[in-house]
Write a protein that binds this ligand. Structure first.
Ligand code: BG6
Length: 509
């Protein structure tokens, strides 16, 4: 993240998995948007590598044909042309040393032709099992050696491991070929403007931070509700589930940005250290804690946005007796001075009633004494909600007197919508991440300890479910707000979730 953006130093971007969906839907459109914004270096080349049988021409043609689907507005021919003529393709198996000899030759050629200064960024847009072999081969082929002031960096996609041990093993393997400063672990939530804005909201305003603690906050709710089901991702998803897919990464980004202490400076290490401290302070679950504080569910048949949806178990490449969860809700406690006693309730699920990503901070109730002799039975809880998707904005809810001779109190809202104030630049969410990596700013990327810290919190949950087997897996109808057990999780504490499809939530009446 930079204050005033200018084009990065010359470089070549190498995409592994260049025939895949991520390249077509997000990476090439993001590069095109960067070019439009003047944020690619003039001396730039793109090399795509994959197993598919393609050449430069078909590589350019296929991506060019897909571009208009994934960028906003008309494709500007000059900008696409500029990018397309710098695009090259090399066919190769990710674990074949010969492919890396070919890649080294092509890199030297593009370096010479486009004057990219020997700088290279390798983007691993491949299935996770290829991450370690690619990094090993890059090391063996001497492609990640930073000679004479040149830089070599590697972006690694999600999922980073499937549990604590595999994440640690992957870190060890990639760190044996790369130094930590060369590794950029992606969490695409950090590429979202509104996620980045959580920090600005908290630390650039004097108003809220004094209230941002256990003295004033009753609890926090973090929701990532999706209407999409598993779609065509059955093979990946059935082996993964909602907990691994969303919690140690995306939900923990939202959690750590909400709960962290102000970093001493706005730099990668200061920020990532504060996030790591939050994860360290999250109380780990015993088996009994997991039973009490963790809920899972799987969607059954139902209707989402007027469309009927088949049960998860009938999705392509999903086992007909699958016990994989498509919904998870959890109550976490953060054992530090700021948050002791304040529950953080997190939930995420697929095939729910509405898409909604938000962080709701519920403040403590005002003392009721003042209104004891009036007809006021209940005050509206004060809450502050950061809306991230699909709407982007902030809402503050408070009580106001309903006009009239007697004191009746109603809940009102102050609402800020990004789109009313700012014109958003066309974005896939990957522009900032690619640009930041090119300028060597790792603020929005995960350090090894952030990744392992997330898995350390989640591991006891995975263990508890593995021990339980298929028990306690409620089926919720697609298009609902999730399993009733998730409501019970909050009701036990005298609270309720904010409705996914409406307003309200907070304390039970
Ligand atoms: C991905 C998960 O990382 O994030 C998906 O694998 C999920 O299952 C997606 O749908 C959510 O991202 P977004 O940007 O749509 O909120």
């Amino acid at each position: 993240m930079t204050v005033s953006a200018k084009p990065p130093a010359p470089c070549t971007l190498v995409i592994f998995g260049a025939a895949g969906d991520l390249t077509k839907r997000l990476l090439v459109p993001a590069l095109y948007n960067l070019r439009r914004a003047g944020l690619l270096p003039e001396s730039f080349a793109l090399i795509g590598m994959a197993r598919n049988d393609k050449d430069d021409e078909s590589f350019r043609r296929d991506l060019g044909a897909a571009l208009h689907e994934f960028v906003t507005g008309e494709v500007v021919a000059d900008d696409w042309q500029w990018l397309a003529e710098r695009m090259h393709y090399i066919r190769g198996q990710f674990d074949d040393p010969a492919a890396y000899q070919g890649l080294a030759r092509l890199l030297a050629e593009t370096d010479e032709k486009y004057q990219t200064g020997g700088n290279a960024l390798f983007y691993l847009a491949t299935p996770a099992k290829a991450f370690a072999p690619i990094v090993r081969r890059l090391g063996e082929a001497n492609l990640v050696h930073e000679a004479k002031g040149q830089w070599r960096r590697v972006i690694i996609e999600k999922p980073f491991g499937k549990d604590l041990r595999s994440a640690q093993a992957l870190n060890r393997k990639i760190q044996s070929a790369l130094s930590e400063s060369q590794i950029y672990r992606i969490d695409h939530y950090l590429g979202k403007e509104t996620v980045q804005n959580i920090m600005v909201f908290r630390f650039a305003n004097g108003l809220f931070e004094p209230l941002w603690n256990r003295d004033h906050i009753d609890h926090v709710q973090i929701t990532v509700a999706e209407t999409l089901g598993v779609e065509r991702r059955g093979k990946f998803y059935d082996a993964t589930g909602a907990l691994r897919d969303m919690v140690p990464n995306h939900l923990f980004q939202l959690l750590t940005l909400t709960a962290m202490e102000p970093p001493s400076r706005f730099g990668a290490d200061a920020l990532r250290s504060e996030k790591a401290k939050v994860l360290h302070a999250v109380r780990h679950f015993s088996r009994a804690d997991a039973q009490a504080n963790l809920v899972r569910g799987q969607y059954g048949a139902g209707t989402v946005k007027g469309q009927s949806i088949a049960p998860y178990r009938r999705a392509p490449n999903v086992a007909p007796d699958s016990t994989t969860e498509t919904y998870v809700a959890v109550k976490l406690m953060i054992d530090n001075w700021r948050w002791a006693g304040v529950p953080f309730y997190l939930r995420t699920g697929k095939a729910l009633a509405k898409q909604r990503t938000e962080i709701a901070i519920q403040f403590k109730q005002a003392p009721l004494a003042l209104f004891r002799d009036t007809p006021v039975e209940r005050l509206t809880p004060n809450d502050l909600t950061l809306h991230l998707q699909p709407e982007e904005g902030v809402t503050l809810r408070f009580s106001a007197k309903i006009p009239g001779p007697s004191v009746h109190i109603g809940g009102v809202e102050m609402k800020f919508n990004y789109k009313d104030y700012f014109k958003a630049a066309p974005s896939t969410g990957y522009e900032t991440l690619i640009y930041d990596c090119m300028i060597g700013d790792a603020t929005l990327f995960q350090r090894a300890d952030n990744i392992e810290g997330g898995w350390r919190v989640v591991q006891p949950m995975l263990d508890a479910w593995a021990a339980e087997g298929a028990t306690n897996l409620p089926i919720y109808p697609a298009g609902s707000t999730g399993p009733a057990e998730a409501e019970a999780l909050l009701a036990r504490d005298g609270r309720r979730w904010r409705p996914i499809d409406g307003e309200g939530g907070g304390k039970l009446p």
